[in-house]
Design a protein around this ligand. Structure first.
Ligand code: GDP
Length: 461
């Protein structure tokens, strides 16, 4: 079977241009057989990173006018000789050129085979290869950014950093255990504990980024809660940028759960405006309250709204207790808004602030728009860790699995230190953790891992 592969690299469908990609020892030869350069030049003589205009020919039949780009090993995506034919888009022409290349010495590539070659030839690490698939699948700016960082190797760097610390620690332990009488620096329980807890902290943070990544990809289920008339619908409209929820000054107007996707900076919220959460005799309104409760329990972000122009009452205090409870239980982030800052009473506002002490609280006017920017920035910060570039790194399922394995070895090691287990036994746990991290970056990589990673790819990448 030929080891020169070929695929249509662009998406199927109509478009102005398409690209047929060839990679392997025979790539330039295959291109030579199907491509006639204008001006009588020879494909075989083209330098790497050069392109030329010409014709795709099937024997004497002219199929398309196209541009051929040549890449010479190792300076190509796969690290092998490669050629790309940019032809006119459209399914028929593109497929015809693809089949023509296959008839002239190439074979159809498998899913992700180009990237797999890049991995094998050391052009990409495993996490970078995975990032390529994530970039293709990215739906939004943020997932794109995260994949972009991983593609640049930022994730691999962080993992390598952790692994390095563990290796240094292992070295110290080994020296201490093997040559206790020599002038080796002493390994103390404190040193082990502090090193282990730092690496554990970092591993945990990365492992948790998986959930944030999922949330950000799908949108964060969020709910605006608060008693009637505090300005929930007005806030929803402010965030949506148009009048969607019905706003009236009669209490209890919003009876259905309205859910809309709102982009708050880099974060997408799936925002529900819940019906007034007060006790009611009205049957229809009661249904709204039940729905609101259900949606509430599924929310990852609760935005509690209070009316800064009225004194806090028992309903407000109850709501405050509820959100404190949710925040303490974990898994839910909570944000308190003191609304109506345009007509609020300074005395009431400070009562609210006291009541909400310790919770993230912002004063806004949903009607006028004051505080909107601060609200958006706060939400972004909650999910992106202050907008630091590393804050947008997310791990995927496979990577999380490796991290969690490393974590469990490290926690065992930590537990062992606390129990006074011998240092060489601790060393075994640390070394297992380092192995798990090595698997994450692809240093210790099994065929099944590679197959799993590349099964998610499209052909041509
Ligand atoms: P909901 O029942 O919590 O959804 O409250 P609405 O959004 O329906 O608002 C109730 C009333 O408060 C409406 O008359 C709004 O115009 C008014 N309102 C909401 N936000 C503000 C605000 O920031 N400032 C002022 N002055 N009025 C507001």
């Amino acid at each position: 079977m030929s080891n020169t592969i070929c695929a249509i690299a662009t998406a199927a469908g109509e478009g102005a241009l398409s690209v047929v990609r060839i990679s392997g020892e025979e790539a330039v030869a295959v291109a030579e057989r199907v491509f006639a350069l204008f001006g009588g030049k020879k494909v075989a003589e083209m330098a790497g990173y050069s392109c030329a205009y010409g014709r795709v020919m099937d024997g004497d039949e002219r199929i398309d006018d196209a541009v051929l780009t040549i890449f010479r090993a190792p300076h190509s995506y796969t690290g092998e000789d490669s050629a790309e034919i940019s032809c006119h888009g459209g399914t028929y022409v593109t497929e015809r050129i693809f089949r023509l290349c296959c008839a002239n010495g190439a074979r159809p590539a498998e899913r992700g085979e180009f990237t797999k070659l890049a991995l094998i030839n050391g052009k990409l690490s495993l996490t970078q290869a995975e990032a390529v698939a994530d970039m293709i699948a990215a739906q939004g700016e943020l997932t794109m950014k995260a994949a972009g960082l991983a593609r640049q190797g930022r994730l691999a760097q962080r993992i390598d950093g952790m692994k390095h610390r563990l290796t240094v620690l292992l070295g110290k332990i080994a020296a201490w255990v093997d040559y206790p009488d020599e002038e080796t620096p002493e390994v103390t329980e404190e040193l082990l504990m502090s090193e282990l807890s730092e690496v554990i902290g970092e591993a945990r943070e990365l492992s948790e980024s998986y959930d944030t990544g999922i949330l950000l990809k799908k949108g964060i289920p969020a709910a605006i809660i608060g008693k009637p008339n505090v300005g929930k619908s007005t806030l929803m409209n402010l965030l949506l940028g148009y009048d969607r929820a019905i706003v009236t000054s009669k209490a209890g107007t919003t009876r259905d759960i309205i859910e809309e996707s709102v982009r708050v900076g880099d974060v997408v919220l799936r925002l529900a405006d819940t019906a007034g959460m007060r006790k009611t005799e009205d049957e229809v309104e009661q249904i709204g309250v039940e729905l609101a409760k259900k949606r509430l329990s599924e929310s990852a972000l609760l935005i509690a709204v209070f009316d800064g122009s009225a004194r806090p009452d028992d309903d407000d205090r109850r709501l405050t207790q509820e959100i404190r409870g949710s925040a303490a239980a974990g898994g839910v982030k909570v944000l308190a808004l003191i609304n109506k800052s345009d007509i609020s009473d300074a005395g009431y506002v400070s009562e609210y602030e006291q009541m909400l002490d310790g919770l993230t609280t912002i004063g806004i006017s949903a009607k006028v728009g004051d505080g909107q920017r601060e609200l958006e920035q706060t939400i972004e910060k909650m999910y992106l860790g202050g907008g630091s570039e590393d804050g947008v790194l997310f791990v995927n399922e496979r990577q999380k699995y490796c991290l969690d394995r490393a974590l469990s070895f490290l926690e065992d090691a930590q537990g062992g230190v606390a129990l006074g287990v011998t240092f060489d036994a601790i060393g075994v746990e640390i070394s297992d953790a380092a192995e798990a991290l090595a698997e994450l970056t692809g240093e210790r990589i099994t065929d099944s891992v590679v197959d799993e990673v590349f099964s998610k790819f499209c052909v041509g990448k």
